[in-house]
Write a protein that binds this ligand. Structure first.
Ligand SMILES: Cc1cc2nc3c(=O)[nH]c(=O)nc-3n(C[C@H](O)[C@H](O)[C@H](O)COP(=O)(O)OP(=O)(O)OC[C@H]3O[C@@H](n4cnc5c(N)ncnc54)[C@H](O)[C@@H]3O)c2cc1C
Length: 279
């Protein structure tokens, strides 16, 4: 493993905001993680940091990354073993190489496999849990366990893993034959056209309330484009907050509160953050 003291966390969040953490540990074998967990009191597992807003200043936490646990292996019957640290884009490349289908709708999501599974990420009607067979986790008693999907609770952007703060080590996916290259191309183009990818951001800031789209509610509240400090509600996609000019953590937090208050007073609906915030 590699331990980096006084790690600059802005380099590990896609928002390019974040202070200095006590340490950042790169795990290379799952046994090392068990060792680290025995010692670490206050820790946070960071994947690609594409959904995580990190506070400024000193952070008295151990950040642990599984980025180097990134093996991927083809099993029999269109099943694939994937370690949690693998970039989801590499998984899509592997699907293409092996002519496997199922998760094409998620192409272009910049997270790690662990990050996506943790919150049951998804796009265009597909969720990552749709294609999961089994997940290997470390539970709160530091036990390494394999759990079949049918024994894990999950719903829209929520999982028992998140609720219980388990750590995902690896996942077995059950896919189908026939990679759809055209669909992947089309959806990546769509993302490039609709998302403000030229500025640091964390994807959708708020979950969609049942029966509504957060983006639409923000437009209806008349606040798209509003800016606080260096952070702005994207003009391209209102559910994205972008770091336009060296935004501070506090700018983003104020903007989130501003959106929630305005949407609530103008539409009566309460928005809930999709992003993870390290306070
Ligand atoms: C441009 C853009 C577009 C996006 N589009 C989508 C989209 O269409 N759909 C969607 O669902 N999301 C989307 N996202 C959000 C984000 O990419 C996903 O939520 C992704 O799954 C986060 O993965 P990550 O590795 O970056 O997680 P991080 O931000 O590093 O972490 C997120 C959470 O996952 C936990 N976590 C990470 N790895 C593990 C692990 N191994 N075990 C336990 N917990 C873990 C962390 O502790 C944290 O709580 C988008 C983001 C961006 C920037």
């Amino acid at each position: 493993m590699e331990v980096i003291k006084n790690a600059k966390m802005k380099n590990h969040s896609n928002m390019k905001i974040g202070g200095e953490a006590k340490e950042l540990i790169f795990i290379e074998k799952k046994e090392e993680l068990l060792e680290v967990l025995e010692e670490a009191k206050d820790f946070f597992i960071i994947g690609n940091g594409t959904n995580t807003l990190i506070k400024d200043g000193k952070i008295d936490k151990t950040f642990i990354t599984l980025k180097r646990l990134n093996a991927i292996k083809l099993l029999e019957n269109n099943r694939v073993y994937v370690e949690a640290g693998l970039d989801f884009s590499k998984f899509i490349e592997f699907m293409e190489k092996n002519n496997l289908s199922g998760l094409e709708n998620l192409a272009g999501i910049p997270g790690s496999v662990g990050g996506l599974v943790y919150m049951n990420g998804g796009a265009y009607g597909t969720e990552i849990f749709d294609y999961i067979e089994e997940i290997e986790i470390i539970d709160n008693n530091n036990n390494l366990r394999k759990i079949k999907k049918e024994n894990i609770k999950y719903s829209y952007r929520a999982t028992e893993i998140k609720e219980k703060k388990w750590i995902i080590i690896s996942v077995i996916f059950k896919l189908e034959k026939g990679f759809n290259k055209e669909k992947v191309k089309e959806l990546i183009n769509k993302r490039e056209n609709n998302h403000p990818l030229d500025l640091p951001n964390l994807g959708s800031t708020f979950k969609n309330p049942e029966g509504y789209y957060s983006a639409k509610l923000i437009i209806e509240a008349g606040i798209q484009g509003h800016k606080i400090g260096g952070a702005r509600i994207s003009k391209k996609h209102p559910n994205f907050i972008v770091n336009e000019e060296n935004a501070k953590y506090s700018d983003v937090i104020k903007l989130i509160e501003y959106v929630k208050n305005n949407v609530k007073s103008k539409t009566g609906i309460e928005l809930e953050e999709e992003i993870i915030i390290i306070k």
